[in-house]
Every structure is written in structure tokens, then in C-alpha cells.
Ligand binder design. Structure first.
Ligand code: ZN
Length: 195
């Protein structure tokens, strides 16, 4: 909208320069454009105030709102409060994932078929997750802690399967106690397969 008004203003000024007889009407057009700009500025300020208040109540940084272009924020005008809150949370989550940080409130372990155990806002198993793009790009990201006991790749100790040091079917050199807490990208919940 700003660019459109800039164009209109330039056109009215060009018209005034080309035809002195139009000076009166041109100046009236310029004044209307100024008024529209002022109304827009007030609307933008009110919109940002609303979004900043909602972001603060969600525990999100004000920079999240200030960092977005006006055109994108204006789409929130049509959303109910719940929708705007969801938008702000999604925006924050996207920014944090892009920086390799866990989004606030993501405290559950999710098992992704591509990434293995990852953080999410609820637990379960999925075929793809919000961390997949970062994983595909070979970038690091935080992972939840796991233990070998429930993993299908775990090869328990023959003599003391519940307390002895076991090995990993994927990499024999990897050894852990059954309940030793550690990070593992290949962790898979389920029964050990025969393969
Ligand atoms: Zn994933």
C-alpha cells in the first residue's frame, strides 16, 4: 500500500508540474494522500500494540512483532485473538528452529521417522517433523535424552540383560547401560527385530 501511495503522489506532482492549471486539484489530491497515510500510520500503530500485548501475554519477545513486515502483520486483522496467538507462537517456533533452539513449551519427545527423537509440543510418532529441514541440511539441533532399554536397536547383555552393559545393533562400539541417559539420533522405540 505504501508503494501505491508513493506512485499516486508522484503522479499528482508530475501532473502539477506539467499543467499549472491543475495546481489546485493536485494539491487537494496530495492532501488526501497525506490523510490516508496518517490513517494508515494510526492503524499500523494500533495493530502493533495489539500484537505486542498478545506476544507479551504469550511470553514472547517484542522483537518477534517488530521483525515482521507491516503487510504480513496486517493479515492478522482478520484473525480472532486465538488465531493471532497461534500465529505468534508459530512464528516464534519457526525462528527458534531456524536458530537451532527449542521453541518455548516444546517439552515432549516426538519420534520422527527421519530425525529420530526430537522436541515437540506433544509426544507421539510422526513420519516428518518441524526439524526435518534442519536435519536434512546437516545442521545441529537439541535432542531429548533417551535410554537404550526401550530401543529396538539395543542388544542387551546376555548374562544380565536388565543391568549389564549392552551394545547397539547399528554400531557395536556404542555401549550403554540399559537405563543410561544419553542423546541418540537413531533411537527407535519397539521390539528388537531379528534382522
Ligand atoms: Zn523430522
Amino acid at each position: 500500500m505504501g508503494r501505491l501511495l508513493d506512485g499516486l503522489q508522484a503522479e499528482s506532482e508530475e501532473a502539477a508540474a506539467a499543467n499549472p492549471a491543475n495546481v489546485g486539484s493536485s494539491s487537494s489530491a496530495s492532501s488526501q494522500i497525506r490523510e490516508i497515510r496518517e490513517v494508515q500510520e494510526v492503524e499500523n500503530q494500533l495493530r502493533r500494540q495489539r500484537l505486542l500485548a498478545l506476544a507479551a501475554s504469550e511470553g514472547l519477545a517484542a522483537a518477534l512483532v517488530y521483525g515482521q513486515p507491516e503487510a504480513e502483520l496486517s493479515l492478522c486483522d482478520q484473525l480472532p485473538e486465538g488465531g493471532v496467538r497461534a500465529y505468534l507462537r508459530a512464528l516464534d517456533a519457526s525462528n527458534r528452529i531456524g536458530s537451532g533452539l527449542v521453541p518455548s513449551g516444546w517439552s515432549h519427545r516426538l519420534d520422527c521417522a527421519h530425525c529420530g527423537p526430537v522436541w515437540w509440543h506433544r509426544g507421539g510418532s510422526v513420519l516428518a517433523c518441524p526439524w526435518c529441514a534442519r536435519h536434512r541440511a546437516g545442521k545441529a539441533f537439541p535432542r531429548p535424552i533417551v535410554t537404550c532399554r526401550p530401543c529396538r536397536h539395543a542388544k542387551p547383555d546376555h548374562i544380565n540383560p536388565y543391568g549389564g552393559v549392552g551394545r547397539c545393533a547399528l554400531e557395536g562400539a556404542r555401549i550403554h547401560w540399559p537405563d543410561q541417559r544419553h542423546v541418540c539420533a537413531e533411537h527407535k522405540v519397539g521390539e528388537m527385530s531379528d534382522a
